[in-house]
Structure formats: C-alpha cells, structure tokens
Design a protein around this ligand. Structure first.
Ligand code: BYC
Length: 326
C-alpha cells in the first residue's frame, strides 16, 4: 500500500503541476497580474529573471557612455540635466534589481554574472560616445528606442516589473526630450555644430535599430514571452514603430538618416528601411563590439572602488540593529 502510494506520487504531482500551469495561463489570458507570491511555472520565473536582469544591467552599463561627458558638458544647464539623467539610469537599475529580487534572484549573484562577463546587457552600450553631439543622439535615439520598447512593458503580466516600468517610462521621456533639445540646438547652430549632429546620427542610427533585438524569425524567446504577455509586440513591430516615429523628427532637424534605401510605403503607411547588419550585432553580442571590454572593466573598477561604501553601510546597519536590540 505504502509503496503503491510512493509510486503514484510523481504522476499525481505532474497532474497537479499541469492543473496549476493551466490555471496560470488562464489568469494571463484574462489579463490578471501575477504577483511575487503567486504560483508560477519555473520557466516563467527564469524568463523574467533573464529579461529583468539584462534590463537592469543595461541601465547600469548605460551610465558609462554618458557619464563620461558630465565633466565636459558645454554649460551648467547641460551639466545639471545630464547629471540628473545619469542618476535616473542608476535608479532604474536599482528598481529593476529589486524587481528581480522578488523572483529570488539575489543582486549579488546578478552583479557577479555581469562582472564576470556571463550576463547580457543592451548591445547599444558597447559603442563609444566620442563627441558632445553623441549625448544628444543617445537621448534622442537610444532613449527614444527604449521608450518604444518599454511602454508595452508597463502592461507586462508580472506586476513588480510592470509597475517599475511606469516610473521608468516617465523618466525616459524627459531623457528623450533633453537629447532632442541638444540635437535641435546643434542643428540651429554653426555649420560645424550641425555637421557634428549629423555625424552622431550616422554612427548611432543602425546600432539603435539593433537594440530591438534579432528579426522576428530569429527571435528565440518571442513566442513564449508573447504567450505569457511579457512581450506585447514583436521585435520587428517595435523597430518599425521607432522608424516611423523618428524619420519625421530627423526631417524636422534637417538631418539625413544614413540609409539610402529608406522609403515611405504609401500602401502600408510605414517607412521601409535597408538591411540591418546582423553580423555586426552578433559580434557585439559575442563581446567583440568597440567598447565591450572597457565597459566590463569600468564596472569592475566601480565595484572595487565602492567596497568601502558597502563596508560602511554594513557596519552602520550592524550598529543600528545592536542599538535596537539594546
Ligand atoms: N542587446 O529571443 P530574443 C536603456 C539577446 S536600457 C543584447 O529576441 P527577447 C537606457 C536576448 O537577450 C534598455 N542582447 O530575446 C539605459 C537573447 O539572448 P539570451 C534596455 C540582445 O528577450 C541607460 C537573444 O538576443 N532595454 O534604455 O525575447 C541610458 C535572442 O533575442 C539584444 C531592455 O532591456 C540587444 N539589443 O527580446 C539610456 C528592455 N536583443 O538571453 C538608455 C527589456 C536581443 O537568450 N528587454 N538580445 O542570452 C526586452 O524587451 C527584450 O529582452 C529584448 C530581446 C527585446 C531586448
């Protein structure tokens, strides 16, 4: 009798799991939000940890190209805005690590993965910001692309991630505007300033299109993430929205997009663009972009230099809990 019960257990557990998985999918289909303490399939948890941690790392590494220009901003007003923007990116990283913690992924473990080069972050941050116009182009295009991708994430099925995104998106819209305003000022400035803006656009345009990820046919996670309502639009659909929104902005600035194949398709109402260099994207993901090594080294150095801050915070917390106990 006892042996029989033991033999039956795995089958019973499998039926229970299948029931739970079915109820879970029904909740997702009904647009219910999944919260940290709710039952979820292990693969759903892992997918979210993967995406949220990659997103958090992108925010943290994303501070580097722009942070590099804080001391060289051309006026006090520009410096204050850039400083605020870079601090916002750091805050976004922190909200996102906190969201990953609700899924039992510890911040230390995620940080180790990043510093050991085992974690992904957005390909875009492996390109250098070589002139002041790059700060305009990053705000306008990189943050513009980020907003396009992140607005739908405000409706992601996982509550803590969706709520973090609402605040992130509000801040990103300030970032996008500060970038566009820099571009507008340069485009209304001297011939050399306008040329600098054009050069920045030429270098950032294609990497920004790559930010949305591989084409739909090659996107290995899209189908499952769409079923789970983590993703609401495909990579190509968001890329297209971004192109459609950005072409008129470039025209307004009097700049030319570096794509001779770009054309308006009156039948679909969309701008069609030329072929993206997916080999370059693969190289950047493989660690061979222009700045991959520098970025990881800078992150490691920041971690080591911050050791005394972590030690001081831990000592203060220990003192406080001793006082409370006393
Ligand atoms: N870069 O099956 P797919 C910001 C990877 S920060 C690197 O389509 P998925 C900002 C992908 O991870 C903006 N890797 O994947 C901060 C996967 O690899 P793994 C960051 C990429 O997850 C500071 C593989 O390729 N935003 O705005 O369905 C200053 C196959 O792809 C990239 C987010 O992180 C890439 N571009 O879709 C300024 C948003 N693209 O994991 C601005 C959240 C793809 O199997 N993330 N890969 O090793 C997402 O929405 C999705 O994860 C993606 C990819 C659309 C990026």
């Amino acid at each position: 009798m006892y042996t029989q019960a033991l033999n039956d257990r795995p089958a019973a557990a499998a039926v229970e799991d299948a029931d739970q998985a079915e109820r879970f999918q029904a909740r997702i289909d009904a647009e219910d939000r999944i919260e940290a303490n709710d039952w979820m399939p292990e693969a759903y948890r892992r997918t979210l940890v993967r995406q949220i941690s990659q997103h958090a790392h992108s925010e943290i590494i994303g501070q580097l190209p722009e942070g590099n220009w804080i001391t060289r901003a051309p006026s006090l007003r520009r410096k204050a805005a850039l400083l605020a923007k870079v601090q916002d990116e750091c805050g976004h990283g922190l909200y996102l690590y906190a969201a990953a913690e609700t899924l039992d992924a510890s911040r230390e473990e995620l940080m180790d993965q990043l510093m050991e080069g085992r974690a992904r972050y957005s390909s875009i941050f492996n390109y250098p910001a070589t002139t002041w116009a790059d700060i305009g182009a990053i705000g306008w295009l990189v943050d513009g692309a980020a907003i396009m991708n992140q607005i739908p994430l405000c409706r992601c099925s996982y509550g803590p991630y969706a709520r973090a995104m609402i605040r992130v998106c509000k801040e990103e819209s300030f970032h996008q505007r500060q970038g566009f305003e820099i571009m507008m000022t340069l485009c209304n400035g001297t011939v050399a300033q306008k040329a600098m803006a054009q050069d920045a656009l030429n270098r950032w345009w294609w990497p920004c299109l790559m930010m949305f990820g591989p084409p739909d046919g090659a996107s290995q996670h899209s189908d499952q993430s769409t079923r789970w309502k983590i993703k609401r639009f495909s990579n190509d659909a968001l890329r297209q929205k971004f192109v459609d929104a950005t072409v008129p902005q470039a025209e307004y600035l009097g700049l030319t997009l570096p794509d001779p194949a770009l054309a308006f398709d009156a039948a679909t109402g969309h701008w069609t663009h030329g072929e993206i260099d997916w080999d370059e994207f693969k190289q950047v993901l493989a660690g061979n972009g222009p700045c991959n090594r520098d970025r990881i080294e800078a992150r490691r150095a920041a971690h080591e230099n911050g050791e005394w801050v972590r030690a001081a915070a831990a000592a203060f917390a220990a003192k406080q809990s001793q006082r409370q106990a006393a």
